[in-house]
Design a protein around this ligand. Structure first.
Ligand SMILES: C[S@@+](CC[C@H](N)C(=O)[O-])C[C@H]1O[C@@H](n2cnc3c(N)ncnc32)[C@H](O)[C@@H]1O
Length: 219
């Protein structure tokens, strides 16, 4: 088992070199876009009825597509995207400028384990397809809980590897390609949430051939 430092370096290197072409990859279509749509559906169901603005932090935001989609939607979200790879944040800023929503989005280069925000800064934290890169997953969930306001929600999406399709896709193929990653089973994710003090924990599995798991918890 490599150290946490090595695991993070591998992830940073992978995404620094992928940043420019990330949005054109097939994975973007089959894994990432369904995740953004799922977040929008969840947020619409939860905050769609109210015009009251809310603060959303997207961890491991990649090229900032979720932020851009939110800025173009009717949801009154104030979005901060955070990513460890500076190249991903740069592409995210360029995308926000092109979509004329740069004034509504902010991108920060930082590590998900050490969130550079005060306690209780956000109403929602989202994180999609990034959690399997984190060497200290429980620590990340704890820090997310810290930056959420009481009643706020964490929406976490990552590969579902608890059935045979998911096991082949994530534990065999993606792990062989990305080298040092860890897709936690649902039971472990539930335990992370519970240990960090989240309540009302629920899950939704979606996307048959590239199965994904959404876990939601309330702070
Ligand atoms: C597969 S991309 C997912 C991007 C986006 N959330 C999506 O669903 O398209 C994973 C992202 O997680 C970021 N990442 C990996 N380790 C990280 C860490 N320790 N802290 C913050 N971001 C990290 C990578 O730089 C990359 O942009």
């Amino acid at each position: 088992m490599k150290t946490g430092h090595t695991m993070k370096s591998i992830a940073r290197h992978e995404f620094e070199s992928w940043a420019e072409t990330y949005d054109r990859s097939l994975l973007h279509r089959f894994l990432f876009q369904p995740s953004y749509r799922m977040f929008l559906e969840e947020l619409q169901g939860w905050r769609g009825e109210t015009a009251e603005p809310f603060d959303l932090l997207d961890i491991g935001c990649g090229t900032g597509t979720l932020g851009a989609m939110l800025a173009l939607s009717l949801l009154p979200a104030r979005v901060v995207g955070l990513d460890y790879a500076a190249g991903m944040c740069r592409v995210a800023r360029e995308k926000a400028c092109k979509a004329h929503v740069a004034d509504r989005l902010r991108f920060v280069t930082a590590d998900s384990e050490h969130l550079p925000f005060a306690d209780g800064s956000f109403d929602v934290v989202t994180c999609s397809n990034s959690f399997h890169h984190y060497p200290h997953q429980q620590a990340v969930i704890h820090d997310i809980r810290r930056v959420l306001r009481p009643g706020g929600r964490l929406l976490l999406i990552d590969g579902f590897r608890d059935n045979i399709v998911g096991w082949v896709v994530f534990d065999v193929i993606i792990t062989a390609v990305e080298k040092q990653v860890h897709h936690a089973p649902w039971s472990k994710i539930h335990e992370y949430f519970e240990t960090a003090g989240f309540r009302q924990i629920r899950r939704r599995k979606f996307n048959f051939w590239f199965p994904l798991l959404l876990t939601v918890g309330e702070a």
